[in-house]
Design a protein around this ligand. Structure first.
Ligand code: HEM
Length: 149
């Protein structure tokens, strides 16, 4: 998240910004801060669903809810309006892949993240071994009965 001061101004904490100064929010670091998350560097696939179970499924911990510790889709009045679409699309795609394919890295261990400007991605160059699951036609979004085409 980046903002450029259109005119010289002073923020609520006293920080003075001259006209034209860029301000960048370190969303990556905040998303991984122990101020907001337990063991933030540990991959925990059920991190947020556990919170939802604990607090009730009012969706407060849902992927589309921006928060001070979750800036993936921004926050405030310019938070990403496409996040509802993006969240459903990502879940559908992941569910389809998991139900229809087995895949693993060609080597061992987790690959390092890749950074492009202010974006962080999985290693898009990592070799992946992909195999279609033979039982996939009945698993999810199946085509005709018994077909794996
Ligand atoms: C995983 C996918 C996506 C991510 C991580 C993402 C992330 C973000 C972030 C962080 C912002 C706020 C930028 C800022 O405040 O400076 C933003 C804004 C925006 N996003 Fe997304 N986005 C995603 C998908 C989409 C999609 C699918 C659409 C449209 C269909 C979309 C449309 C927009 C628009 C129009 C804004 C500007 C909103 C404004 O300035 O008021 N985004 N996005």
């Amino acid at each position: 998240m980046m903002r450029k001061a259109q005119k010289t101004c002073t923020l609520a904490d006293g920080t003075s910004l001259p006209q034209g100064r860029w301000v960048v929010v370190p969303a990556y670091s905040i998303n991984r801060s122990s101020q907001w998350h337990d063991e933030p560097e540990t991959f925990d696939a059920f991190r947020f669903s556990r919170l939802a179970e604990r607090d009730g499924f009012g969706n407060r911990h849902g992927i589309v809810i921006p928060g001070r510790g979750f800036l993936t889709f921004g926050i405030g009045k310019h938070a990403c309006p496409g996040r509802y679409f993006a969240a459903v699309e990502m879940k559908l795609l992941l569910a389809y892949l998991i139900c229809n394919y087995d895949f693993k890295f060609a080597g061992n261990g987790r690959r390092s993240d890749k950074f492009f400007l202010f974006s962080c991605s999985p290693d898009y160059g990592a070799p992946l071994i992909v195999k279609r699951r033979m039982d996939s036609s009945k698993a999810f979004l199946g085509t005709s009965e018994g077909s794996n085409a």
